[in-house]
Design a protein around this ligand. Structure first.
Ligand SMILES: [Fe+2]
Ligand SMILES: [Fe+2]
Length: 181
């Protein structure tokens, strides 16, 4: 397992939650009441796992290596990926506000829950596809073996940290509880 495999494996769990969001949004659009507790757990997963655990590995490690390797990559695909991470954070903040207002009794906010949750899930699914099929493959091709080894060691350190182990176990169990692969 190399550093890229670790990232691809994290995508598997993120995609499970994204599919669960899409399934729930379809039910909401068909008339089901929103379950604020479900969305609070989803928001916690996104912030604790997708963003803090996974995106940090990309933003602080892999993407920096790609940006340093090639200026065109820095201004093109890397910039695009970073913008999409930020866009995701913005949708999740709007989702959080909609869930809070819905819970306070403003049922019209269901439309905003659906809009923000669904666009987030759709955007991040496409983002993950681009990384899996393009950015990560490119990384394997252009990053020299010494740097790849260093990256793997850095990721292993993150993976083996006791606090991170707990984060990983908690959130992968949550993803598994929603959709079994
Ligand atoms: Fe990403
Ligand atoms: Fe990713």
């Amino acid at each position: 397992m190399d550093a890229i495999d670790i990232l691809i494996n994290e995508h598997v769990y993120i995609k499970k939650v994204l599919s669960a969001i899409e399934d729930d949004c379809i039910k909401l659009s068909e008339g089901k009441d929103a379950d604020p507790q479900f969305y609070r757990k989803v928001i916690e997963f996104v912030r604790g796992y997708a963003d803090k655990y996974h995106h940090q590995k990309e933003e602080k490690k892999l993407f920096n290596i790609l940006a340093e390797a090639d200026d065109n990559l820095k201004r093109g695909p890397v910039m695009g990926m970073l913008l999409e991470h930020d866009l995701g954070r913005s949708y999740i903040s709007s989702l959080e506000i909609a869930v809070e207002d819905y819970e306070k009794g403003d049922k019209s906010k269901k439309a905003y829950i659906i809009a923000n949750a669904l666009i987030y899930a759709e955007m991040l699914k496409k983002h993950i596809e681009k990384e899996d099929s393009n950015i990560y493959m490119l990384s394997r091709r252009i990053i020299d073996s010494e740097t790849q080894k260093d990256l793997k060691n850095e990721f292993d350190e993150i993976e083996e940290d006791e606090a991170n182990k707990k984060i990983r176990e908690k959130y992968t169990a949550f993803a598994d509880s929603l959709i079994k692969s």
